[in-house]
Design a protein around this ligand. Sequence first.
Ligand SMILES: NC(=O)c1ccc[n+]([C@@H]2O[C@H](COP(=O)([O-])OP(=O)(O)OC[C@H]3O[C@@H](n4cnc5c(N)ncnc54)[C@H](O)[C@@H]3O)[C@@H](O)[C@H]2O)c1
Length: 263
Amino acid sequence: MTEPAGRVQNAPITAQYPEFPGKAAVVTGAARGMGARFAAGLAARGVDVVGADIDEAAMAATAQEIAGPGKVVAARIDVTRAEDHEAVARIALERFGRLDFWVNNAGVFPYAPVGEITPEQIGSTLSVNVEGVLYGAQAAARHMSPGGAIVNMSSVSAVRVRKGRGAYCTSKAAVAHLTESLAVELGDRGIRVNALAPGYIDTDMTRWVKEDPAALQHALDVVPLHRLGSPEEVLGPLLFLLSDSARYVTGHSIAVDGGSRHV
Ligand SMILES: NC(=O)c1ccc[n+]([C@@H]2O[C@H](COP(=O)([O-])OP(=O)(O)OC[C@H]3O[C@@H](n4cnc5c(N)ncnc54)[C@H](O)[C@@H]3O)[C@@H](O)[C@H]2O)c1
């Protein structure tokens, strides 16, 4: 389908997975953006979800808005704290009696030219974006039902340089590699681990692109489909990676970027 340049396509992804109803998932960073869409898309397919976010009030409001049929329980998490992941896993087990899927989605996207990255910025970026994935995967692996699947949020920035985002790009490259390490080690237990590598997706994180006409034009030029992606368009590949259709897929990063070859 040809879309007019620039228009974000929010039409629902229609794929259904008959094996999903009755399963249970944790999604971090689920208060807004892609995480909120992931929680809603899973719940719409009968998956019970613990939506976890550092913004407790926003997470509670998002959970309220999701229709189901899967249940959505809101929880507070700071993904930099391993003990918070353990607590969230226990909520899933107490409320739903099982844990099948874990989506390490929470992330931060700070700006600074590499010469100006402070110890605080590199520390907090690696802590949220990389340690947050590691601790989530550790908690998931401790408690997952057989056949479990983990999906981590990397980025096209893992393999391409984005000016002013050195800390972020470094963190997402680490997520891509950590995904491979996790897949190798957790494969022994039948747990699959993959990553999604989105390009320009229309969320709060990319508001700066839409607010700067030159940045928006650049994005539309370098993306072959000539538009930003929507959270719904990342949900589609997420569902596939979690599903039985991807049961022989592990250790990979899948780009969801409208085909872009540049930044
Ligand atoms: N939007 C894009 O274009 C894009 C592109 C590539 C990758 N990503 C990645 O996708 C993921 C989701 O991005 P988004 O665009 O939906 O972002 P967003 O900023 O809209 O949402 C991020 C969510 O993570 C939460 N969060 C931040 N720090 C946290 C912490 N310490 N503990 C728990 N929750 C925390 C926030 O409260 C927020 O709800 C991120 O990992 C991001 O790096 C986004």
